[in-house]
Design a protein around this ligand. Structure first.
Ligand SMILES: [Zn+2]
Length: 203
């Protein structure tokens, strides 16, 4: 006894992404965009994510199954069979071997793991961004005057001590946070320059 077509379509949608589809059918992806196969264009304006697609050129869009339907001009059933075969799941065959089931399960587990890692990374970046903004805010709001004294090796330790004593601790904390977070921001490309922070917090 085989699975229903709808169930197979769901499993395929769980296991396969738009990136896999583009890869297998030879469509080059650049920064989540491909050249739209449904209208003539020079610039790639069809956007994809894991499960969905939308073309900003011709307005077409939908889910993964609908993309393959349209790409090969097939109906739903033949599209599901094609994907099933092309991605080596073989769920549409009446006898589903243990090996095939395992393979489908493995694919699904891998996808879930990848999604989890992606979510975790996004949360981490989001948190770092918020901390970065807070650090800038405290840095600007609690800055003493003069902001950076001209100290050198001969500066009287008493002067340094007095200065630090009167500087708001939140300012000093913000400096160390900014140092740490600007490195992370550099890596993940969300660096905020001082002038941008000033525009946000010094109104
Ligand atoms: Zn298009």
């Amino acid at each position: 006894m085989g699975l229903k077509l709808g169930e197979i379509a769901n499993i395929i949608t769980d296991c396969v992404t738009m990136y896999d589809v583009c890869d297998v059918y030879g469509l080059e992806v650049r920064r989540n965009f491909i050249s739209c196969p449904f209208h003539n264009e020079n610039t790639a304006s069809l956007h994809i994510d894991n499960k969905f697609w939308h073309c900003f050129g011709c307005g077409e869009g939908g889910n993964l199954i609908q993309f393959v339907e349209k790409l090969f001009n097939l109906d739903f059933k033949d599209t599901v069979i094609k994907l099933d075969n092309d991605f080596g799941l073989y769920l549409t065959q009446s006898e589903i071997s243990e090996q095939t089931k395992r393979k489908a399960e493995e694919l699904r587990a891998r996808r879930e793991k990848e999604q989890k890692e992606k979510d975790e990374k996004e949360r981490y970046i989001q948190k770092a961004k918020e901390d970065y903004l807070t650090a800038w805010k405290y840095y600007l709001i609690y800055a003493p005057y003069p902001e950076t004294p001209n100290w050198d090796i001969n500066t009287d330790p008493y002067v340094v001590d007095q200065y630090l004593k009167h500087v708001d601790k939140r300012y000093l904390q913000a400096i160390s946070e900014l140092n740490k977070l600007s490195e992370i921001a550099e890596i993940y490309d969300f660096k905020i320059e001082r002038w941008e922070a000033e525009r946000m917090f010094l109104k």
